[in-house]
Design a binder for this molecule. Sequence first.
Ligand SMILES: Nc1nc2c(ncn2[C@@H]2O[C@H](COP(=O)(O)OP(=O)(O)OP(=O)(O)O)[C@@H](O)[C@H]2O)c(=O)[nH]1
Ligand SMILES: [Mg+2]
Length: 613
Amino acid sequence: MTGSIALLGQPNSGKSTIYNNLTGARQHVGNWAGKTVEKNEGSFTYNGVKYTVTDLPGSYGLSGNSDEEIITTDFIKSGKSELTVVLVDASQLERSMFMLAEFARLDKPAMLVLNMMDVAKDMGKDIDTDALAKKLGIPVLPFNATDTKDYDKLKKLIAEELKKPHKLSVKAPEGKADVKADSKAKFDWVSEILENVTRTRESVYKMSKFDRVMTRPILGKVICIAVVLLAFMVSMIVMLPFAGVGQMIPTLLHEPVDKLLTGWNVHPWIVNIFSMMIPNTLSFTISMASFVLGVNIVFGFLEETGFIARAAYQFDGLLSKLGLQGKAICPMLMGFGCTIGGACGTRVMDNWGQRMLAMSIVWAIPCASIWSIIPVVSGMFFTWWQTMLVCVGILAYVVVSMIIVSKVFGRKLAPMETRSGMIMELPPYHKAHWKHILKEAFFKAWDIFKRALGTVTLVSLIFYVLSFSRDGNVNNSLLYRVGTTIEPVTKFFGMGWQTFVAFLSGAFAKEAVLGTLNAVFMGGNSVMEAAFFSQGTSTDTALLGTAMSQAVSAAEALAFMFATTFSVPCLMALSTTYKESHSLKWTVKVALFYICNALVLSCIVYHVAELFM
Ligand SMILES: Nc1nc2c(ncn2[C@@H]2O[C@H](COP(=O)(O)OP(=O)(O)OP(=O)(O)O)[C@@H](O)[C@H]2O)c(=O)[nH]1
Ligand SMILES: [Mg+2]
């Protein structure tokens, strides 16, 4: 025996939460409207019967006004599911019942889930569910989708309803030609149904005071930025223990493995791979994954509470100038922490073109790793206030760069006629559901870890072979020979062979840049060892600074910093963009654009700076 149900409701009513809990899937949930943009299908088994569940994009009605609404409307009308589980947000019953009014015309089997009963209760709302069920003629289940205890009741009711379905006994008025009159009739129907069913106890909804501040044009934006800055600091604290463990791995493994393999007379190449490259790769991927973890936990929290919805509202106007919508604010902010997180975060965008455009723009945002390199390199050449100026210059160019990217790719990816203003409501604030946030963040971090391990190992191997020299002196490596051969060309762009190699290593991982600089300027060690063993922190920046400032001019250093910041993001961010966009063509196209853009920029910065320095 089988059965099939569909989850229908307005955006943010909790459909995906129910879908995930029923089927064990991992659809994205968060406290703002419009996260699910395509339908998803899963299943669960109850009492030996298999039920198929379809999670539909949130929709305000069934008239097909947007892409999501068309998907939802078509599916519901097709009759592919035997029972429609209509979800309403009990904390905003009047508004969210509109969907039921739309549905009523279809004359199909249904049951009603009054979700978010906990929020409604906190707001002092009482709902007489029995009276409601009687009026509607279909079963009504008070529910809290985030509480796993409630699900047995839900499954039982679904099973019963599939055996003996109910249809709405009251029908909403037939749609007339005049849409306005039509929706008014529906709202009248809703108020009639809710009469004597709901009662709000005397209590003030305190949070709305905060919203009055949050929606102020300037103050709201200032608060948003402040909260985000704070969020990054917290992300760093969250990731520290994990990254710490990761950084211990090479130190712990290096010597014992080295001793063991050397004792077995294994070839030094192989010994190096196992004692150095693999532990370093492992450590690297762990710190990358812990970054993704930290950013996702903190931003997951902001999203669940409803903060991101406010930020999206605040920045919608600005972002629409880039061809995006307010919704893109979350991935963009995440991009300051980690481009990988930012690229994943674009899942919330409405369509593929907007998504790809958002990812391309997120690439222009320097991630936290870049922010940890720039002050160090700049500090070797400039005073502290000049370093501040460099950072300000970089920030200013971020804006320029985003505008250029949106101009170059925006016309194709988000054509003018498809750009529409965002309609987004401010959802009520929710308490954060930690279990869900942690689960989602761990899953994302684990996904990155798995993917990075393979990719990073491969690239490390290539790098290793290129930089290997029998005596450990970098000047005897293939890298040196290739680097010095192309130096006449790279010099034109403001980079000598050393800085150019460091620039290239940045495309692999930004964390590798300092180590690479250390290796190519200090010589002695293999690039591999210095690049991946020292992980920046233990690099003696004073010594490196002296060595670098002897070989590189201030203008060259400036060019190098701009080139590194505005080139392609790291390899894993590239691979994530490809995974998320499913388009190799666009990923490569944008990557080539970024590399060319970085080289041109570096060239301009170098030649202009030469005039003044
Ligand atoms: N307090 C509370 N929060 C809930 C409940 N159900 C869902 N949520 C939260 O409400 C938010 C929206 O849930 P989703 O499952 O993403 O909603 P959706 O209907 O799939 O939304 P769209 O895909 O945007 O249409 C999330 O932050 C959930 O964690 C509930 O019963 N109580
Ligand atoms: Mg959803």
